[in-house]
Design a protein around this ligand. Sequence first.
Ligand code: SF4
Length: 368
Amino acid sequence: MLQLLRRTMPNRQFTRFTSALAGRNGNHTHEYFPIRTDWTLEQVEKVYRQPLLELIYQAATVHRQYFDPLQVQQCTLLSIKSGGCPEDCKYCSQSSHHKTFVKAEPLMQKEEILKAAKQAKESGSTRFCMGAAWRGVSQVGNRQFERILDVVREIRSMGLEVCATLGLLTKEQAVKLKEAGLTAYNHNLDTSREYYPKVITTRSFEDRLNTLRSVREAGISVCCGGILGLGETDEDRISLLHTLATMPKHPESVPVNALVATKGTPLEDMKPVSVWEMCRMIASARILMPSSMVRLSAGRISLSPAEQALCFLAGANSIFTGERLLTTPNNEFTQDQALLNTLGLTGKPPFFPIEKEALEKTELGNAC
Ligand code: SF4
């Protein structure tokens, strides 16, 4: 029957039909939207520039092939060391180059961090992310790094995914984090290689790629995305998507952020990003990196419930809950729960992709 349809239906229609069939039967075939890392820039542009509703429809189809579309992971992000960062990221309230409301604070004590992780778990989060405003682990004393390793061990033992964003990282540091049980490391590229020097001058795009390589080589899953609204063009967004989607392995997690313009930063007067731009970026990421978690991250507070629902339809399957996202305000917890209930969405259990891969390889090895 399918062969007959294949011969008689136009290609596009046939693809849609079989994709819909696959979704309805719960048969998660990847035949029509395979994972690819060989996208050309032109192909990425073609995906990105589709009419928006067509793009969202296609992304929603892909989403259903790789994920349960009724699950949205809730994550909590805690700033464990705020302010006083020597980097000059133009968008950031924590850079010591800008005069903002954020004051430099020391690294939080272990007990405080663990208390926050416990609360996050009780509120339904399955991933706990910790951010430190500094250049990198090499710039702080070993004692501080040891404290973080200790915290990672404890939080992992709570059954949570643990993610950290600690700036530049060497391979040795990455291995130590992996041994402590770190699930993922976040290091965003922020924007295109071309536009990057207009946003940050104190570390290069290549520095970021090197950190991502260290993370990957250590066997930690990669969380890497960007920020919209920094003054970049559509071409920059396409270029960023191309860089992410052509990495040797796609980041397991792709946060899509909208700038939260903060007074005192060089970007304080930037025009807010529209929901249409967010949806276009989310949907493109979903199609280009179908098995990655696409996270609707900073800037969600400016989206209405209906606009957030559209982002979920476009393929976002994670949000950050809790009062603050590092130092910027975030949505009310009760409003988030009400929205998820209204849409019939549930939380997503923790998932440890790299550990699962290793297990599968072992099982395969045993079978042979
Ligand atoms: S984004 Fe990170 S690295 Fe850049 S200034 Fe802010 S805290 Fe520092």
